[in-house]
Design a protein around this ligand. Structure first.
Ligand SMILES: Nc1nc2c(c(=O)[nH]1)N[C@@H](CN(C=O)c1ccc(C(=O)N[C@@H](CCC(=O)O)C(=O)O)cc1)CN2
Length: 385
């Protein structure tokens, strides 16, 4: 992973960076540290009161009920997917790795079926464009191509150097737009700084925009009664995790922390489309805790390591942690460990369900990309292409 260590001192003001590449490496921030180490007596008391409330709420959330009849119904309700209930007063872990593996299996089965029904004619294809030599991007692209191979999607790829011009990238996109064997095109982000990301993403045909980043696809997602050709993979994966874990979205209050174009904003739109009442908390929000405390569902996508604390959560809520932050850790072989945008150790004691980092939303991003590519190939077939 090509990560850089930012040793810049970060101000006490909670800075929610708008997220472009999802992984950033930085030292644990003074904000985080001071919050963790100065929990006041008042906060401890509040926390204990909340913990009591959680323990009272817990039987419903975790299925600790006395009769086997009740237990069966709660288990069926809470864990239809391969989510893992943990011991004691801890949230149920939403196992993104296992859920993504299930989805990838479903995709493979559907491709196999359609291929045999069409006498081998159905061959979904994904083209991946990588510009530059970032190690993390190279890893993601490699993983995407491997995931394609595993489920029977043909992958195409173009790697360009950092020094490539915008025109060269646009030429590659144009070539894939015109290729009938390609049903999905993605340009790995972030692009080198000299390139106009918007111009490049807008050049992708909306019918092949499997990342869902084209302004027209995002625009349709924002509108009632319009259906985008594709929905961005990370937000779609986040909602899929909630749904496959039996979390009710309709009528619930949801807070999305962060308003990036590729995660926060589309996640908010998607939750609203599923009839949640959505609040977006961002870098200029005063007192973010105030909103988070009320939320039945929290989607954290602000790019600040361990920003959301357990004490801020409503007992029993569902927490989807989209962040992937590398923080220095001398005890690890790699010298760092990955943490999310949620302070997991405190949140797991309060939430009803929570995704871990790693192994939560990350694996779903690639599963949703495969799903979008399959959808793209099916749509092309319906159009007679
Ligand atoms: N064109 C795109 N660029 C980028 C996207 C995207 O969806 N489309 N998202 C991210 C990177 N990304 C996929 O491209 C991605 C990030 C993380 C993971 C993942 O599975 N992470 C693991 C942990 C990985 C590790 O150990 O280092 C996890 O969370 O369990 C998958 C895909 C930015 N660019």
């Amino acid at each position: 992973m090509n990560t850089t260590t930012s040793r810049a001192k970060i101000t006490f003001e909670p800075r929610l960076t708008e997220d472009k590449g999802r992984i950033r490496r930085r030292r644990r921030q003074p904000f985080t540290r001071s919050r963790q180490h100065t929990i006041s007596v008042r906060a401890v008391t509040v926390y204990q009161t909340r913990k009591r409330a959680i323990l009272e709420a817990r039987p419903k959330a975790l299925g600790k009920v006395s009769s086997s009849q009740e237990r069966k119904s709660v288990v069926r309700k809470a864990a239809p997917a391969p989510a893992m209930a943990t011991e004691g007063d801890r949230a149920q872990l939403i196992d993104g790795k296992a859920i993504a593996a299930t989805i990838r299996g479903e995709i493979k089965d559907e491709i196999d079926r359609l291929r045999s029904e069409t006498g081998g004619e159905f061959n979904p294809g994904l083209a991946v464009v990588l510009v530059g030599e970032r190690k993390d991007s190279q890893t993601y692209v490699r993983n995407k191509k491997k995931a394609c191979d595993d489920c029977g999607i043909v992958s195409f790829g173009t790697d360009l150097p950092d020094t490539a011009t915008e025109e060269e990238v646009l030429e590659v996109v144009k070539k894939y737009n015109a290729d009938p064997k390609v049903h999905g095109i993605l340009v790995q982000l972030p692009l080198p700084a000299h390139m106009d990301e918007e111009k490049i993403l807008t050049a992708i045909s909306i019918q092949k925009d499997v990342d869902g980043f084209h302004p027209e696809n995002i625009g349709k997602l924002a509108m009632r009664g319009r259906k985008p050709d594709f929905v961005c993979c990370t937000p779609k994966g986040s909602v899929e995790l909630l749904e496959r874990s039996g979390v009710e979205i309709s009528g619930k209050s949801a807070v999305v922390v962060g308003r990036s174009n590729i995660v926060g904003t589309p996640a908010a739109m998607l939750l609203q489309e599923r009839n949640a009442t959505v609040t977006v908390v961002h870098s200029r929000t005063k007192d973010p805790e105030r909103y988070i405390r009320e939320a039945d569902i929290v989607v954290a996508a602000c790019g600040v390591a361990e920003f959301v604390k357990g004490e801020w959560l409503k007992p029993g809520c569902a927490v989807i942690d989209v962040g992937i932050n590398a923080v220095d850790d001398a005890t690890k072989k790699r010298g760092y460990r990955l943490v999310g945008d949620v302070h997991f150790d405190s949140a797991v004691k309060v939430a009803g369900q929570i995704t871990p980092v790693p192994g939560g939303v990350g694996p779903m991003t690639i599963a949703m990309l495969l799903q979008n590519t399959l959808e793209g190939a099916k749509a092309a077939r319906e159009r007679g292409e």
